[in-house]
Ligand binder design. Structure first.
Ligand code: HEM
Length: 425
């Protein structure tokens, strides 16, 4: 087993007619051939996950879209017949122990409707648009820290800190406390697929801090998102302090590793597709933003940050495709497989930054559609455009086979992305 992943290193050669092994080392590096097989031969497939939990994998685009919008599939882990939430085997690592479960990705209407309406009032597209200069400043500051060196690990030195500082700013975490968040987030991501002790500790500290911050803000409301949440809840909508802390937590959690992976997977895909990368650089050089915008959508489709959507549990017998899902069974919608379905996407395995017809599922679909999508797009666009403009000859400083992918179930991302370039003078 590979450390911290639960993946097996060895796998016998399989004839093409049998199912390729899932959750192995090779699968983590490139899951797409296995997903193509599943889409073709077993589009709704019950399997045992590395954690021992049994779940259905949904891999076709049409089925995935249907499942994501199906109200009979609950987000509440209490609906799992296997009660795996008690052992922390479903859900976000650490949340159970720290009592942060009442967040958007774990609840159904009507509570979901109430909390989502509340956060939507505070987390508006306008607030995000006004945030653009700050994101650009953060991006430039991080690139400044390694530009003169001629080499960098883009995950640790760039993709990782950028979204942490961005979300902390947005929430209203004072700058002197933001490095604590960087440490806690580091503990959470490092232990993502492995021992839970570190995660639980990090989440506990984060929760304590957030509760205290919410108290302080209540006495002195500002212009930030936490103040916005408090204000919205004071105008008739009800929001308990635990719910507010859980909301801040899920914004951090859902907005952090995802954005790391958009920048990491996105830059990696560009480095491996030099023709597309050149087109993008030329278009940025002409001051155009169009290819950048469609390009980020295509990167979300081609190798998106969220490989599998978060857990869903059948509260009634549900038929998806030809499969009958019994009550209490977990359903995992494989966004990465759906977004390469040849029945929906022409040239599904080709990176085409100019792709127009691109209703990808990278941000999900239905009532749980990503509330942070405008911020994610802003960060992804600024990060990739600034890297390609300031460090135009950026290149991969390792063989693709040497790169290690994280072995978590939900997210897909690199552990490191070493690059070299002509130092900025
Ligand atoms: C939900 C993807 C960035 C906050 C989701 C879902 C996906 C997703 C697929 C739906 C999950 C499901 O239905 O199981 C992404 C990607 C991102 C990103 C690919 C970056 C590239 C962000 C950011 C934030 C955020 C920056 C906030 C700061 C949320 C929240 C939800 C969510 C709160 C839950 C919404 C609900 O349940 O109503 N995201 N996300 N995400 N995302 Fe994002």
């Amino acid at each position: 087993t590979l450390p911290g992943t639960g993946y097996r290193r060895d796998m016998p050669d399989q004839p093409e007619t049998t199912m390729p092994p899932l959750f192995t080392w090779d699968f983590a590096a490139d899951p797409y051939p296995a997903y193509a097989w599943l889409r073709e031969h077993a589009p709704v497939h019950r399997t045992t996950l590395p954690s021992g939990v049994e779940a259905w994998l949904v891999t076709r685009y049409a089925d995935a879209r249907q499942a994501l919008a199906d109200g009979r599939l609950s987000k509440n882990p209490l609906h799992h017949s296997g009660q795996a939430h008690r052992t922390g085997r479903v859900g976000i690592p650490g949340e159970r122990q720290a009592d942060l479960m009442t967040h958007l990705l774990n609840i159904d209407p009507p509570d979901h409707t109430r909390l989502r309406r509340l956060v939507s009032k505070a987390f508006t597209p306008r607030r995000v648009a006004e945030f653009e200069p700050r994101v650009q400043q953060l991006t430039d500051r991080l690139i400044d820290s390694f530009a003169a060196r001629g080499s960098a690990d883009l995950i640790h030195e760039f993709a990782f800190p950028l979204p942490i500082y961005a979300i902390c700013d947005l929430l209203g975490v004072p700058s002197e406390d933001q490095d604590d968040f960087r440490d806690w987030a580091g503990m959470m991501i490092r232990h993502g697929g492995g021992p839970r002790g570190g995660v639980a500790r990090a989440v506990k500290r984060m929760r304590g801090y957030l509760l205290e911050l919410i108290h302080r803000k209540r006495a002195d409301l500002g212009d930030d998102l936490i103040s916005g949440l408090i204000r919205a809840s004071d105008h008739g909508e009800h929001l308990t302090e635990n719910e507010a802390a859980a909301m801040a937590f899920i914004l951090l959690f859902a907005g952090f590793e995802t954005t790391v992976n958009l920048i990491g997977n996105g830059m990696y895909a560009l480095l491996r597709n030099p023709g597309q990368r050149t087109l993008l650089q030329e278009s940025l050089g002409r001051g155009e933003q169009g290819l950048l915008a469609t390009g980020v959508e295509e990167l979300l489709r081609y190798d998106g940050p969220v490989e599998l959507a978060t857990w869903r549990f059948a509260t009634a017998p549900v038929r998806i495709g030809a499969a009958d899902i019994p009550v209490g069974d977990p359903v995992l919608v494989v966004l990465a497989a759906a977004d390469r379905d040849p029945d929906r996407f022409a040239e599904e395995n080709t990176l085409d930054l100019a792709r127009q017809d691109n209703p990808h599922l990278g941000f999900g679909h239905g009532i749980h559609y990503c509330i942070g999508a405008p911020l994610a797009r802003l960060e992804g666009q600024r990060a990739l455009a600034t890297l390609l403009t300031r460090l135009p000859d950026l290149q991969l400083a390792a063989e693709p086979e040497e790169l290690r992918w994280r072995g978590g179930l939900i997210m897909r991302g690199l552990r490191e992305l070493p690059v070299s370039f002509t130092p900025e003078s």
